[in-house]
Design a protein around this ligand. Structure first.
Ligand code: A2H
Length: 257
């Protein structure tokens, strides 16, 4: 955990179809009927959302379905995040936490979602080892072009779908999308640095921490947007604008912890 408060943007990933194991748990639950349900992912890089290829959850983490501040919408996230959100005007009333269902992460694997701004029409919920229950919402949206953690985890899944108990088709064709040009690592910063540092797996934690720091700084301070309405503009300028755009259209909510 960082020292100061983090200003996250929580991206609302609309569920198109739940994995069968979650459908079984939800069957007959009246609180779910007719609701729009979102996997809610906390990010520090809203400007990278054009490059989303999937979403990550921890297989052993508990996820609740919580009433939000909109009667039609339920948020899927950790209990810890729901409690924090309840004091940030994101629940039915101040401090009120209402859980209508609960699943364990592995039940969500294979769920299909719509990721706002992504070039892919539908993406899948997949497993990642490093998802912390104690940070953000416990849901991580994946941008393998700009996050070494995401790139290495997605690469592991492509190499060993059976080991990770996923279907190969859930990752096939989901390649990193160039969205930010950086002077040092080009327009696919995470794949480039992972290749340079010979990072072969999400288990290479020490190397990944170094890679993450390097591309984060280069992208944030020197990056130029390659896609979207701010193409050609510096990341520092585009970031608050894209964040505002996502929030204004209801695809994201501001969240602090
Ligand atoms: B970032 P900080 Cl493109 N467990 O979003 C593990 N990681 C988590 C998490 C959790 N529970 N919740 C959020 N995160 C990730 C995009 C991104 C991110 C890019 C590049 C770097 C980057 C796409 N994934 O983060 O410890 C989320 O991934 C590098 C810092 O609060 C979130 O932003 O600083 C970031 O970690 C928050 O980490």
């Amino acid at each position: 955990e960082g020292v100061g408060p983090q200003d996250y943007t929580c991206i609302k990933l609309k569920v198109l179809e739940f994995a069968p194991e979650t459908q079984e748990t939800l069957a007959g639950n009246k609180e779910i009927e007719g609701k729009k349900i979102f996997m809610v992912a906390a990010t520090l890089r809203p400007e990278t959302m054009y490059g989303q290829t999937n979403c990550f959850v921890g297989v052993d983490i508990k996820y609740g379905f919580y009433k939000s501040n909109n009667a039609d919408e339920l948020f899927v996230m950790t209990e810890r995040a729901a409690r924090n959100m309840a004091f940030q005007k994101l629940s039915p009333s101040n401090g009120e936490v209402v859980k209508v269902a609960e699943v364990v992460g592995h039940q969500l694997i294979g769920t299909q979602i719509k990721a706002p701004l992504s070039t892919f029409e539908r993406v899948y919920v997949l497993p990642m080892d490093g998802v912390l229950a104690t940070k953000g919402t416990g849901v991580v949206t994946s941008v393998p072009s700009d996050s070494p953690d995401d790139f290495s985890a997605l690469s592991d899944l492509k190499k060993k779908p059976d080991y990770y108990k996923i279907k190969a088709e859930w990752v096939a064709g989901y390649e990193p999308v160039p969205i930010i040009n950086t002077p040092t690592y080009g327009d696919l910063a995470a794949p480039t640095i992972c290749a340079q540092m010979k990072i072969n797996s999400q288990k290479d934690k020490t190397q990944l921490a170094i890679a993450k720091e390097a591309v984060y700084k280069d992208g944030y301070y020197n990056g130029i947007m390659a896609v979207g309405p701010y193409a050609g503009k510096p990341v520092q300028e585009a970031k608050p604008e894209i964040r505002k755009m996502l929030i204004d259209c209801g695809d994201a909510v501001p969240y602090n912890e």
